[in-house]
Design a protein around this ligand. Structure first.
Ligand SMILES: [Zn+2]
Length: 96
């Protein structure tokens, strides 16, 4: 059996052969699979892993391509940082 490329370095890279044909509507069953090709308005994404992430501040969850997961986390982080700054502003009486 051919397991493909095996990385014997300290950092093990697991080659996941699971591929999904879905380009939307991913769920928990798709986590860990790869999207071979995903065409968006911004560009075409290849070999993207589907991941499951959640926001540690509000508990919102996301399942989808790595790129979008990063945007989800960044977007939430940005929003919650804004909320904190607003709350601090009020406590300090520094509301504009
Ligand atoms: Zn959040």
């Amino acid at each position: 059996m051919d397991y493909g490329m095996v990385n014997n370095m300290e950092e093990e890279i697991i080659i996941d052969e699971d591929i999904t044909e879905k380009t939307s509507d991913w769920n928990e069953g798709d986590v860990g699979k790869r999207i071979m090709k995903r065409v968006t308005a911004n560009g075409t994404y290849y070999n993207e892993l589907i991941v499951q992430v959640f926001c540690q501040f509000c508990g919102a969850e996301f399942i989808g391509p790595s790129r979008e997961a990063g945007g989800f986390l960044g977007g939430h982080e940005c929003l919650h940082a804004w909320e904190v700054s607003q709350a601090l502003g009020r406590e300090d009486g520094l509301v504009e």
